[in-house]
Design a protein around this ligand. Sequence first.
Ligand code: HAM
Length: 421
Amino acid sequence: MTILRAVKGMNDLFCPELNIWQKVEKTTAEIFSAYGFQEIRTPILEELSLFVRSVGEETDIVGKEMYVLKDRDEKLLSLRPEGTAGVVRAVIENNKVGLDGEMKSFYIGPMFRRERPQKGRLRQFHQIGAEFLGVSEPTVDVEVIAMLHDLLSALGLQNLRLILNTLGQPEERVDYAKALYDYFVLHADNICSDCQRRLQKNTLRILDCKQPHCIKIAEEAPLIQAFLSEESLSHFDEVQAGLSRLAIPYEVSPRLVRGLDYYNRTVFEMVASLGLGSQNAVAAGGRYDGLVKKLGGRDVPAFGFAAGIERIVLLLAEQVDAAPANLLDVVLIYADSVGKEKAFELLYDLRRKNMKADLDHKGRSVKAQMRRADRLGSKTVIVLGEKEVQEQRGQLKLLSTGETLSVSLLGSAIEEALKIS
Ligand code: HAM
């Protein structure tokens, strides 16, 4: 029989690696709620047209990487490749922007892109995202970037660089796109086939190409700054001043563009200097003032980002010891059938007191049960036999040192003994 395997680029997750995920998710919820963000959950499956209209038809994501399926009524659906479009659709559909016109949401969940899998790049990956709807002031850009910075610092991530740029407003980009076209058309024979297509359809995206010879040619391309209005330039100045006031280091990269079409003004990436190879963007985002209106809502400005959990976990696994100290507080070991009955009863009591307790169901020898307790990473064991049950006392043994402590066979007494051991 052929062995069934997971779909390429879609990983199974196990502990202890998953313990790092849980820590990342818990820290996210704590920090984001301090900033006033509330969780939102939207469907994984959406109508394909949502992503075509938001992310953009000419982007790699929509053009090459979507998982599309046809519903029975012939409607084209897609697994979500990112979270922003679904959040905006949900907010419009459910009329969720509050009376003051603002909404702060965050999400954690799987996204799907049919990319070529490599280190830090999967086909099912997971994002932590945050979206702040309703405010156009540059202080929001600063606040949201600060929240991401706080999260990554709280997780203990080091060697990250914040890279910023401004893309101005769509109307300001029309002349810039023409200037870029005039430049790249002179190099059309030397850019990759993807960039030749981008040249005709979405010239700005050539700046995002990762092919070394395209990067080289892009180095001499015109910069956007010369095409921007006073308002866009001053918005960007205020973002930079705000970050400096909070002592958040950043670098301006005038050629940073994004792989999704909905952005205007501030865009940014948080990249790792070490540990991720070419897939080094840990998080990315920016302002998308036109998207709510484009998807049928009111004129609501917005700013947000998403961070890749797999990339965060890869970095954390390199930086800290991933294995949690003790997986279990106590394993109950029984020497005979009387001991087994008592152990089962005590186990129930211990667990109701929130202690991580376990026993071996298979009736193996005391020695084998001891080995199992060790393998499971238990802090302590108690051996129970007829004698212990009669006396209602046993020996709590600390596995790291072999030290023992006499305890009464009651959940509360064992709880106390575990605190001091
Ligand atoms: P994005 O740059 O496409 O932006 O993705 C954000 C982050 O998701 C990346 O920086 C990376 O860490 C992670 N990521 C993306 N693709 C993969 C992949 N194939 N495998 C592993 N990790 C990946 C967005 O998705 C926007 N929705 C961000 C945003 C929110 N902008 C405004 N609000």
